[in-house]
Design a protein around this ligand. Structure first.
Ligand SMILES: NC(=O)c1ccc[n+]([C@@H]2O[C@H](COP(=O)([O-])OP(=O)(O)OC[C@H]3O[C@@H](n4cnc5c(N)ncnc54)[C@H](O)[C@@H]3O)[C@@H](O)[C@H]2O)c1
Length: 347
């Protein structure tokens, strides 16, 4: 039997992204991997587009009864049922940093004999992630921050076309003369996307990466109008912004975009903010005076540009998937990360 991946329909009705585009499915077929697609009215590519490249389309939730050797591929969370998960699942499980509900989820995998191959932990032999939505997360996050600073953020947020967003950033530029931003994690994927968006909005960026935050200059940090936080934290580090900075002299900082959205984890480097915001309510005011500070902490930013995000992601993931069935090192590392995470779990 040919190796098969099943493209799962996403739970969230706001999620239009897909980790495998129709073009990616066609490439997988060529490479000897079949792709079965769960029907989804939300996905940015239609069911017909997958059918046109030869993928069988099945109803949402079919993964539950798929043959055990089928690998289930998705992006975001699984439903709360069933209690036992028996397949190998490739997705962002958000289960290894002590997130809310993580242990319960891992126990479901242990009980069913399945496995998480977490997309966030697909790394090369230097530990660098090989597939990520980071660029568009940073681009969209910084765009929202610029729009908020200009008083032009449309609420609720809805998925956009890139042309519309760049047009809006050019409008914003006229409202933000002299504004500056600091981007932390600036040389990573998200950081680069953030800098590109800020450039379009006419906002000059200070690019801070590891060396720049090692001896943190808090006065310089709060002297910027925007902070776009794009650090990939893998171990606890000193915070970048604390309550003590609220009254720091010279604070101009008024918009904080936490692209990492690590707020419920012990790796949160911005402990001034501890809850996510949403498309319906994207902004939360966390400081009221002497200068207000608004936080945007959205954990599905690339979903706001679903087409670009999907194309980019699929072109990185698809070449790796045949290797999953051949036991390539990148997948073995992901499997080892899962094994480590379930060791020590209470039953
Ligand atoms: N909110 C969302 O929707 C969304 C989507 C995708 C990714 N993300 C998150 O964005 C973050 C960044 O992802 P990425 O793909 O850009 O990662 P990346 O590895 O490409 O870049 C991370 C950067 O952070 C830098 N860094 C690490 N520690 C630092 C420190 N103490 N100070 C300054 N810089 C430091 C690294 O040197 C690197 O340049 C991750 O937390 C990721 O989970 C969020």
């Amino acid at each position: 039997m040919r190796p098969t991946v099943l493209l799962r329909a996403e739970q969230r009705d706001t999620e239009q992204r897909t980790p495998i585009t129709p073009k990616g499915a066609a490439a997988l077929h060529e490479a000897g991997v079949d792709v079965v697609v769960e029907s989804s009215p939300e996905r940015v590519f239609s069911d017909d587009a997958y059918e046109a490249v030869g993928c069988p389309v099945v109803h949402a939730g079919s993964w539950l009864t798929a043959p055990p050797e089928t690998v289930v591929v998705g992006i975001k969370e699984l439903p709360d049922e069933p209690a036992e998960l028996r397949h190998r699942h490739v997705y962002f499980a958000h289960a290894y940093k002590g997130q809310t509900g993580a242990d319960d989820l891992l126990r479901r995998f242990v009980r069913g004999g399945g496995e998480v191959l977490d997309l966030e932990y697909l790394v090369d032999d230097t530990g660098r992630r090989v597939v990520a939505f980071g660029y568009w997360a940073g681009f969209v996050g910084a765009s929202l921050g610029a729009m908020q600073a200009a008083g032009r953020l449309p609420v609720p947020l809805r998925p956009m076309h890139l042309d519309d967003l760049t047009g809006e950033l050019e409008e914003v530029a006229g409202h933000l003369a002299g504004a500056t931003a600091v981007v932390t994690g600036a040389w990573g994927r998200a950081g680069r996307g953030a800098v590109d968006a800020l450039n379009l909005a006419g906002i000059g960026s200070s690019r801070w990466d590891r060396d720049d935050t090692a001896a943190l200059d808090s006065d310089a940090l709060v002297a910027h109008d925007l902070l776009v936080h794009c650090v990939l934290a893998t171990e606890p580090q000193p915070p970048l912004l604390t309550d003590a900075d609220r009254t720091r002299p010279g604070r101009r900082l008024r918009v904080l975009v936490d692209v990492t959205a690590d707020v419920t984890s012990h790796l949160n480097l911005l402990p001034v903010s501890d809850v996510h915001t949403s498309w319906a309510e994207p902004v939360r005011r966390i400081w009221h005076e002497p200068v207000p500070l608004d936080a945007i902490v959205i954990d599905n930013l690339p979903s706001l540009l679903p087409k670009q995000a999907s194309d980019d992601f699929s072109s990185a993931l698809v070449p790796l998937l045949p290797g999953l069935f051949a036991g390539d090192a990148v997948w073995q590392r992901a499997a080892q990360t899962y094994q480590r995470s379930i060791e020590g779990l209470q039953p």
